[in-house]
Write a protein of this length. Structure first.
Ligand code: KG4
Ligand code: ZN
Length: 343
């Protein structure tokens, strides 16, 4: 059964749910950009002692946390649930057990309230995070999506119109931060730990390799991780802060060089960052400087909008509901869902 949607406009209220990885989140959005509430319950402390996300723990914790998180989002929005016009959830990509918790909850609520269900692609939602915080951003926009699972340069030509310009051929940038931090004994998640330690080190102390820096728009980070390990094994007295700072400088150099190249190639009006690694202080500073040099806009979302949240899911859902209508209830969760690209 598909519940037909009322016209989608700036008064449409969407409840969105995000459970693709280790954040349990719910948000209410009115129209394309008015965030009424956004609640995120992070499980990071539960997974930290295992050095990474444990899928089984993630699914169980979503089950425990989701109802209270949804209830809190509705209370904080200050509206009655009868005002909700559609219920959206991330359908992929992500951990299958984790995704299923949010998808089942969203479908159940949509059926109960007799409103449309909207299945959302998590990567598309990350693209919308920047636009949600700054609706004045213009297309074509290059979004550098850098998280624990993805490193992509995407050209947003318009709503729902994406071209993949480049991506990692091995490790994601965040994965490299996490693996190097683990090797250096800095704990999990590694990105914030390296960012912090690097402030006390010299980014030029060690000339780590910049793989594929001078050609194309794809990335490779696994060789860099191996270089760090080899360097530390060969020089056991090297300072951790210098290693962290030099590693971070290598990752950021490649990311900024390629984002800039991508923007020039497509004649982008600006570059936006997205994903957890977008919180990195050196990446933010270097990208801002590069965009200033090139005379294009640079958009650096807030930390809350870089990491997983349900407000960005609601925003992507609003545009999808407007363009495609409700999602059939037999659409399932897909752990490998791809970003819908232009042919
Ligand atoms: O987008 P996200 O919250 O989750 C997904 O991967 O979907 O990104 C998490 C990643 C982790 O790899 C984490 O180490 C990295 O983002 N990260 C950072 C920083 N904060 C988080 N990496 C570098 N510098 C940071 N300040
Ligand atoms: Zn994400």
């Amino acid at each position: 059964m598909i519940v037909e949607s009322a016209p989608v406009d700036e008064s449409t209220v969407i409840l969105a749910i995000e459970t693709s990885c280790d954040e349990t989140a719910a948000a209410l959005l009115m129209g394309s950009g008015d965030v009424l509430s956004s609640v995120v319950s992070s499980q990071v402390d539960l997974h930290a002692r295992f050095g990474g996300v444990v899928p089984e723990i993630a699914s169980r914790t979503h089950l425990e946390q989701l109802n209270p998180v949804i209830a809190q989002a509705i209370v904080e929005a200050g509206i009655d649930e009868t005002r909700i016009d559609a219920v959206a959830a991330t359908v992929g990509p992500g951990l299958i057990g984790a995704l299923l918790v949010g998808v089942c909850a969203a479908k159940a609520l949509a059926l109960t309230w007799e409103v449309p269900f909207v299945g959302v692609n998590h990567m598309e939602a990350h693209l919308y995070a920047a636009l949600l915080e700054d609706p004045t951003l213009e297309f074509p926009l290059v979004v550098a999506l850098v998280s624990g699972g993805h490193t992509m340069l995407v050209e947003m030509q318009g709503h729902g119109r994406y071209r993949l310009l480049g991506q990692t051929i091995d490790d994601a940038a965040g994965e490299a931060f996490d693996k190097v931090a683990r090797f250096l004994g800095l704990g999990y998640p590694g990105g914030p730990a390296i960012d912090d330690v690097a402030t006390r080190g010299d980014p030029e102390a060690i000339a780590f390799p910049r793989a594929m820096r001078n050609e194309g728009l794809d990335f490779s980070f696994s060789g860099l991780k191996t270089s760090v390990i080899n360097h530390v094994r060969k020089h056991p007295d090297v300072g951790t802060a210098d290693v962290a700072a030099s590693f971070q400088a290598a990752v950021v150099d490649v990311l900024v060089t390629k984002a800039r190249r991508a923007a020039a190639l497509v004649g982008a009006k600006g570059v936006a960052l997205g994903g957890g690694v977008a919180a990195n202080s050196r990446l933010r500073a270097e990208l801002r400087a590069a965009c200033e040099d090139d005379g294009i806009r640079c958009f650096l979302p807030s930390r809350a909008m870089c990491t997983d949240n349900a407000a960005m899911i609601a925003s992507a859902a609003w545009y999808r509901l407007r363009s495609d209508g409700p999602t059939p209830l037999d659409v399932g969760a897909d752990p490998n869902l791809k970003l819908p690209l232009l042919p």
